[in-house]
Design a protein around this ligand. Structure first.
Ligand code: CMC
Length: 392
C-alpha cells in the first residue's frame, strides 16, 4: 500500500495477462490467438473468428455449424423487450439505445444467481452474440420510423442483420453479396484489440462479478466516445466539414497543427500503434475497391486520401508517429452501404462483441483476477474543521 505508481491513462500498466490478442505497435502487427489479422480478414468469417476468440481455437466445420445454429436460434428478442424501443425519443443516438438494451437483456435472463456459473456463461455468450444484431437494427428502424423486422433464421449472421436493417415487411429483401462479404470482413477487423478502453471497462465492471450483459453494456458506453469507437462517426463529420468549407485540406491540417481547441485529425493516432495500423491498411484498400465496385464514387474518399498524404509527409505527424487508424476509412464504406453516420459506432460494437465476451470469459477464469481498484495520488485539502452553514 505504501508505494503507488502514478500512471494516468494506464500508459505503462498491464492490468491482466491475456492469451487472446497480440499487438506489436512498432511493427504494426495484430494477431488473434496467433493468427495474423491479414490472413483472417482474407480467409475467415466473422462467426469463425468469434469462435476463435471466445473458445481459443479455430472451429472444425461441425463446431462452426453448431455455433452458428445455436446463435440463429436465439436471435429473437423477448416481445416485451421490443416494446422498449417505443420509449426512446426518435432522434436517440443508436449507441445509447444499444447500451440500454444490452443492459436490459439481463432483466429477462436471470437463470442463475451466480453470473460465473458455467452453463449460464455459455448461454449468455450465445444470447448476446445472437441478440445484439437484432437490437442494433431496431435502434436504426426506430430512428427512421420503420417497422422492426423479426430475424429470419434461414439467413447467416451478417445477412440477417442487413435484412433487419434495410428490409421492409412489404417486400422481399435481397442481400447484396458484396456488401455482406465486406461487412463481415470489417467485423473481423474490429473483433478484438486487447486492453483498449471499452475492453478494459468490460473487465473492470466484470471484476466486481457483475454479469456478462451488464459488463458488455458498460463496454458499449465506453466505445461511444469520439476518442474510441465514436471516431468513425467523427471522421465522416470532419471530412464533410472540410468538403462544405471548400475542400481546403492543407488549411485543415494547419488548424490541427496549431492545436485549435477541439480540432484533431480524427481517425489518426493510436496509443499502441506507432506505425501504420494494419487494420487501416486493409480498410483503405477495401474502401477504394468497394466504392468503385458499387459505383458510388465519393468526393470524401478523395479528401481522406489527400489528408493522409499531407499528414504522412508533415513533420508534426511524422515526429509524433501518427498514422491512420482503423476508423479513418471505415465510415466511407459504411456510408456507401447506406448506413447513416449515427450507426457507424454501432457497427464497431457489433464487430467488437466477441472480443468483449472472450476477454470477460478469460477474466472470470483467471485465478489471478481480483476486483479492479486503481489507486490515486491525493491532491486535495489537508485536514480542516467543519464550519456550520451560518458561519460560511
Ligand atoms: N490529431 C492531432 N494530434 C494528435 C492526434 C490527432 N488525431 N493524436 C495524437 N495527437 C498528438 C497529441 O496532441 C500529442 O501531441 P503533443 O505531444 O504535442 O502534446 C501527441 O500526438 C501524443 O498524443 P496523445 O494524446 O498523448 O496520445 P494518446 O495515446 O493519449 O491518444 C488517441 C491516442 C487515439 C486517443 C489519439 O491519438 C486521438 O485522439 N486520436 C483521434 C481519435 C481517434 O481517431 N480515435 C480512434 C482510435 S483507434 C480505434 C479506437 O480505439 O476506436
Amino acid at each position: 500500500t505504501g508505494f503507488v505508481t502514478y500512471d494516468p491513462g494506464f500508459v505503462n500498466t498491464a492490468a491482466c495477462s491475456s492469451e487472446i490478442t497480440y499487438i506489436d505497435g512498432d511493427a504494426g502487427i495484430l494477431r488473434y490467438r496467433g493468427y495474423p489479422i491479414e490472413q483472417l480478414a482474407a480467409n475467415s468469417s466473422f462467426l469463425e473468428v468469434s469462435y476463435l476468440l471466445i473458445y481459443g481455437e479455430l472451429p472444425t466445420a461441425q463446431q462452426l455449424a453448431e455455433f452458428d445454429e445455436w446463435i440463429r436460434r436465439h436471435s429473437l428478442l423477448h416481445e416485451e423487450m421490443r416494446r422498449f424501443f417505443d420509449g426512446f425519443p426518435r432522434d436517440a443516438h443508436p449507441m445509447a439505445v444499444l447500451s440500454s438494451a444490452v443492459s436490459a437483456i439481463s432483466t429477462f435472463y436471470q437463470d442463475s444467481l451466480d453470473p460465473f456459473d458455467r452453463e449460464h456463461v455459455e448461454i449468455s455468450t450465445v444470447r448476446l452474440m445472437a441478440k445484439v444484431p437484432t437490437i442494433a437494427s431496431y435502434a436504426y428502424k426506430k430512428s427512421i420510423g420503420q417497422a422492426m423486422l423479426y430475424p429470419d433464421n434461414s439467413l447467416g449472421y451478417v445477412d440477417n442483420f442487413l435484412r433487419m436493417t434495410f428490409g421492409v415487411p412489404a417486400e422481399p429483401y435481397e442481400v447484396d453479396p458484396v456488401v455482406a462479404r465486406v461487412l463481415d470482413m470489417l467485423f473481423v477487423l474490429h473483433a478484438d484489440h486487447e486492453q483498449n478502453c471499452s475492453t478494459s471497462t468490460v473487465r473492470l465492471v466484470g471484476s466486481s462479478q457483475a454479469n456478462l450483459f451488464a459488463s458488455v453494456s458498460a463496454g458499449v458506453n465506453a466505445l461511444f466516445g469520439p476518442l474510441h469507437g465514436g471516431a468513425n462517426q467523427a471522421v465522416l463529420e470532419m471530412l464533410d466539414e472540410i468538403r462544405v468549407s471548400g475542400g481546403d485540406v492543407p488549411g485543415f491540417v494547419r488548424r490541427v497543427k496549431n492545436k485549435e481547441p477541439g480540432v484533431k485529425l480524427m481517425g489518426f493516432g493510436h496509443r499502441v500503434y506507432k506505425n501504420y495500423d494494419p487494420r487501416a491498411a486493409i480498410v483503405k484498400k477495401a474502401a477504394q475497391d468497394v466504392l468503385a465496385r458499387m459505383n458510388k464514387p465519393d468526393p470524401l474518399l478523395d479528401l481522406a486520401m489527400q489528408l493522409e498524404e499531407i499528414a504522412l509527409a508533415d513533420d508534426y505527424f511524422v515526429s509524433r508517429r501518427l498514422y491512420p487508424n482503423v476508423d479513418f476509412y471505415t465510415g466511407l464504406i459504411y456510408k456507401a452501404m447506406g448506413f447513416p453516420t449515427k450507426m457507424f459506432t454501432v457497427l464497431f460494437a457489433l464487430g467488437r462483441l466477441p472480443g468483449w465476451i472472450a476477454q470477460w470469459r478469460e477474466m472470470i477464469s483467471d485465478p489471478e483476477t481480483k476486483i479492479g481498484r486503481p489507486r490515486q495520488v491525493y491532491t486535495g485539502a489537508a485536514e480542516r474543521d467543519y464550519v456550520p452553514v451560518e458561519k460560511r
